[in-house]
Design a protein around this ligand. Structure first.
Ligand code: KG4
Ligand code: ZN
Length: 341
């Protein structure tokens, strides 16, 4: 079964074709970073309009790259939420319309399920059940993953998501958008031990997290510093180290609580080099298996949507005639797919 995936939930138009027999055939991505960077963040209306401009040409491009004709496509998966209402509407409207004209089934995919399953696009895959750390621009979740669609959130951020904390910190330090990769690069030149940042909510039990205080800590530290480039790099490094340490402390607890020995990291922040390195070090020392997607599939992309949609379409699920996108759609509301379908 060949599934066309359409991702338009935020500021990236991602299109892909996933073949359940052969794997990922092709994927293309258009990032709107340049469009939004002068505003220091995503402008929802501009995002929707740009998705409209890009989706059809990118679908034509991905079909050509995969050496497929329209008639070869057996199903369409589009991101139905969570995300920006207008941006989601673009992908959903185009996905549903194409499915109707091509007379094939379509399915609305949960964006966070797409992220969570992205590591399964790789050859070396985890086996269910496993623990997942899902860290993106909008979510920070620790999830007990029993099966595709059977997700229990056992920890989450009570305020800013991890990616959001990176983005806000970069803005405070006037570094630009999106903050994650910028802070990560700058941190490589800094000395994390120059400052002592807190590890929020780690000295009390539980798996919930909080990152908004770190941003205030960054601001105060920056204002009290000599505001040199060196101080900026040191603050970036100390901030990143505090985030990574906090996530590791919480995941260690979650692994202990669940007894899982496999940990999956996914979402935009899982591209972070220091996060990967520290988690890899811990995993090796403790006989755990660590999985994450290729860097290009950590951030938003069409491949993860095509893949998650393919699993559900193959299990016999498909949209009915109603049409709904969900800007808020907790992953815990999803239903497990039917086994052995
Ligand atoms: O998953 P994603 O592309 O979109 C959402 O679903 O939100 O995640 C985007 C987030 C942004 O906040 C971005 O700053 C962050 O992921 N990010 C990173 C890195 N690359 C992207 N954060 C830390 N280090 C990175 N290398
Ligand atoms: Zn995302």
């Amino acid at each position: 079964m060949k599934v066309l995936g359409i991702e338009t939930s935020c500021d990236e138009t991602g299109i892909a074709i996933y073949d359940t027999a052969k794997g990922l055939l092709a994927h293309v991505l258009y990032s709107q970073i340049d469009l939004h960077s002068e505003y220091g963040g995503v402008v929802p209306e501009l995002a929707s309009r740009d998705h409209i401009r890009r989706v059809i040409p990118l679908i034509e491009e991905v079909l050509a790259n995969a050496a497929c004709q329209k008639a070869d496509i057996d199903g369409i998966a589009y991101t139905a939420g969570p995300g920006l209402m207008g941006a989601l509407m673009v992908g959903a409207a185009i996905g549903r319309t194409l499915a109707w004209t091509w007379k094939i089934p379509s399915i609305g995919v949960n964006h966070m399920e797409g992220h969570l399953l992205a590591p399964l696009l790789e050859k070396n895959q985890p086996n269910f059940p496993f623990l997942a750390l899902l860290v993106s621009g909008g979510h920070s979740l620790i999830v007990d993953v029993k099966q595709v669609g059977d997700y229990t959130i056992i920890g989450e951020s009570l305020d800013d998501a991890v990616g959001e904390a990176f983005d806000k910190t970069a803005k405070l330090l006037e570094l630009g958008y999106p903050g994650g990769p910028i802070i990560s690069n700058l941190a490589e030149q800094g000395d994390a031990s120059a400052y002592k940042f807190p590890r929020p909510m780690t000295n009390r039990p539980g798996l919930d997290m909080s990152f908004s205080g770190l941003k205030t800590f960054v601001l105060n530290t920056w204002q009290d510093s000599d505001q040199s480039d060196t101080s900026k790099a040191n603050i970036a490094a100390a901030f990143q180290e505090a985030v990574v340490d906090t996530l590791l402390i919480k995941c260690k607890r979650a692994l202990k609580q669940t007894n899982y020995t496999q940990l999956v990291m996914a979402g935009g922040v899982s591209a972070n080099k220091q996060l990967r390195a520290k988690f890899a070090e811990y995993s090796q020392a403790n006989n755990l298996q660590l999985y994450y997607p290729q860097t290009q599939f950590c951030t938003d992309n069409g491949a993860m949507i095509a893949y998650a949609g393919a699993l559900r379409l193959e299990a016999g699920e498909q949209d009915d005639k109603s049409f709904q996108v969900k800007p808020r759609w907790p992953i815990s509301e999803l239903k497990a797919i039917k086994q052995n379908a």
